[in-house]
Ligand binder design. Sequence first.
Ligand code: 6PG
Length: 464
Amino acid sequence: MSDTSRIGLIGLGTMGAALASNIAEKGFDIAVFNRTTQVTHDFAAGAGDLAPRITPTETLEELVAALATPRAIILMVPAGAAVDDQIDALRPLLDDGDLIIDCGNANFHDTDRRVADDRGPFLGVGVSGGEEGARHGPSIMGGGDPAHWARVEDIMLAIAAKHQGDPCAALMGPGGAGHFVKMVHNGIEYADMQMIAEVYGILRDGHGMGPDAIGDVFDAWNRGPLESYLIEISGKVAHARDVATGEPLLSVIVDAAGQKGTGRWTAIESQHRLAPVPAIEAAVVARNLSARRDERAATEDVFGPAPQAFYTLDHATLERALIAGKVLCYAQGFEMLSAATRDFGWDLPMSRIAQIWRQGCIIRSTMLDDMAAALDAQPGTNLMRTETFSAILKDNHDALRRVVAEATLNGHPTPALSSGLAYFDNMRTARGTANMIQAQRDFFGLHGFVHINGETDQHGPWAG
Ligand code: 6PG
């Protein structure tokens, strides 16, 4: 226990407790507070070797008094109103220069507001990696004033995951930039997970494979170009058994996925930024549809189930489809980050973002190393057109097309893979079909169109 802890932390839920332990383990004295005092005492009592670095406090006043000045306090409370309530309770107890750091999954608009509100220094920091990451090394995306970041950068670098010694933590930009990048990370996470789930569905329903055999396929893919945390855990999940029944775990889990909202925020924000992320949108829609279990059952009663088909495509084709789909969903995410740089006047460090996602976070994967290199070599280029990833797409988009086609013909939904493919096909089509849209708009509303000779505000013969 220290009289003047280097940093404070409020909120000892799963993530807060893990982050506090990580901070203490890296050698920083930390004072902690939880609304329910017993939780604070239980945390301190269970801290083992780390206890000497942890100061449990029972009131906010006690927490504030336990900190070295100027103070720095991490909030790990649920995103939304709870953060504002906590700030309201804390600010009157603090001095002008004291720093509040929100490490929750805040909406970046809220973080923008909190950074700008003039009530004192504020950082919005996206932290990815779940409980395991928070405890042993998350990926950290900071947002706010560089001078405020500099005050806690040593802590952030120390607790972050490392990729070959390089800490997966960086300041993304001002205001809500850190939480924006974390939001897009989660959008990509949704799409990546959905694509894996779609391929799982093809293996289960199209190839008639059981969970263990499917697990073997994911395990094998995790030794190839798809090597990633999400493929790794998908293999583990497929092999797992239900403790109570001994049944394969996947067989006893309801097919309705929950969500806290970050994927939905990505989809909504992408529309405002005019930055298409169709694979992410499809993943959000798929979660929403998954929740409508009764309706799906009622609709299956009307139309009958999709045929249980035995597909002709081999596992290598499915693997190649997933490779193409993954590249396309990451390309969409990075394009959304570029749009934020443009719209908000940020200078998001694109290749650095790929670098700090290489370890610690949920979407960590071997491919991100190549993405970082590609974005570094060709800044401002859509990932799908970079030298490395255009070659990968040229090799694999036919597989994606065949998988989507076969699944579609057999009535098995592949919304994220299909949306990834549609994005690819749209993007590779120099002469699209929006000339028809423009003519229609002009016909019914005289909205005007641009002539191919460059003249603007043109009208069709119906304009009179
Ligand atoms: C991470 C995760 C993390 C959390 C999400 C899950 O990067 O560590 O994204 O933030 O697991 O809250 O989001 P949903 O509940 O929306 O699936």
